[in-house]
Design a protein around this ligand. Sequence first.
Ligand code: PXP
Length: 243
Amino acid sequence: MTPHLRLGVNIDHVATIRNARGGDHPDPWRAVQVVEAAGGDGITVHLREDRRHIRDGDLDTLMANTTLPINLEMAATEEMLAIALRHKPHAACIVPEKREERTTEGGLDAAGLHNQLAPMVTRLTDAGIRVSLFIEPDARQIDAAIQLRAPVVELHTGRYAHCEGEERATELRRIADAAALAARNGIEPHAGHGLTFDNVGPIAAIPQIAELNIGHFLIGEAIFIGLDASIREMRARMDAARG
Ligand code: PXP
């Protein structure tokens, strides 16, 4: 079992609120300082093609000032590759991206996109960036990640988060099986999307999973209890589930 389950806090939606008014408040950098103080293990940001969350300047500030590892979520485009290579974050998580979507819907088709992804994974890896592929929890996608020599996969928990009952139990088994398969093949499994105080436990209890990346719920909950308390409560629930 991975001893410490890391919590990566996705601060995109601090930027979403700021961008709604076009000014400087709330400042994502201030959120990073709260994450540091609350014991978050990393910062996740998605620099989208349309810059609807963080902007290039936010990434500059982050890279220059935080000591926490940064996980840059990025589409598999030449523009994002150039940005990642310039900044050299700790990790880059390749995600599918469609302009019209509200959030990342579904995982990357790592199997179908092998030829497009292979040179990108190599160039990021050669630059010392830990590559992660955001994929659906299924064996075909894990096999593709093995072929691509990705050191990390992030398993999409969106479907798990949005269903109930027997369907959720089935989805949880799929995630647990995918995490075990990844780990058996030397790939570190992470997970994320749609995780909340109420649904994080069973995912956190999957022993092979080394990191969770959580954003929307933490920022939303921060409206009511503050960001520090929101992160600490999530951390406590993850630790309780991990035993
Ligand atoms: N992981 C990845 C790859 C994502 O794209 C997102 C959403 O940006 C998250 C985790 C976090 O999801 P949520 O905001 O629903 O917690």
